[in-house]
Design a protein around this ligand. Sequence first.
Ligand SMILES: Nc1nc2c(ncn2[C@@H]2O[C@H](COP(=O)(O)OP(=O)(O)OP(=O)(O)O)[C@@H](O)[C@H]2O)c(=O)[nH]1
Length: 221
Amino acid sequence: MSDSEEDSQDRQLKIVVVGDGACGKSSLATRFAQEAFGKQYKQTIGLDFFLKRISLPGNLNVTLQVWDIGGQTLGGKMLDKYVYGAHGVLLVYDITNFQSFENLEDWFSMVKKANEESDVQPVISLIGNKIDLEHMRTVKADKHQRFCQENGLISQFVSAKTGDSVFLCFQKVAAEILGVKLNKAEIEQSQRVVKADIVNYSQDTVARTVNPPRSSMCVVQ
Ligand SMILES: Nc1nc2c(ncn2[C@@H]2O[C@H](COP(=O)(O)OP(=O)(O)OP(=O)(O)O)[C@@H](O)[C@H]2O)c(=O)[nH]1
């Protein structure tokens, strides 16, 4: 392979992740880059940074620089600088926290303003996180879809906790930036197998269950 071919296959894309505090940005970035999840909330001060190399159809390798931006930076002086020149932006909210959805207007305005003078206009995706908590949802899916349609955003629902669609949401944004089409099979392949939490049934509960579970883990395809 010639040098120029190698260069063209190893592009770096800057992807920034923004949204309210505690909506799950660090969890999303950590799930994507390190395939891990921590239940405990640790507030991001300023920003964190992750690198992950992914492959797209056509043997295209790209390295994503993921900028995980602390929710408390909204209104701060540094935010414009973090967001400037991004190729992709993930606008994240928590589907169980209505306020985090309402505040997206502010995050979105900030993203547009920060890139006003940039040559690159970012691909923006709206990410509804915590879909493992569907029973606690307070933001209706049609509100989410409307926001996407009105603003030309890619729509995604994910769970950083289970990993559901996390890889896919980064992959879709990278593909859109590079003008690569993902086919149905590739999209399905990127939806990870989800492992449920291990539930410890007490002896009492098992005794009362007609069909006691055979295994403490289930796999959702
Ligand atoms: N159930 C569930 N909890 C999640 C999910 N993603 C994140 N959390 C939890 O939500 C809390 C906040 O997650 P973080 O990833 O730290 O949130 P953040 O948006 O980075 O917060 P800031 O650093 O303040 O900007 C943590 O307790 C996470 O374990 C998810 O998909 N499902």
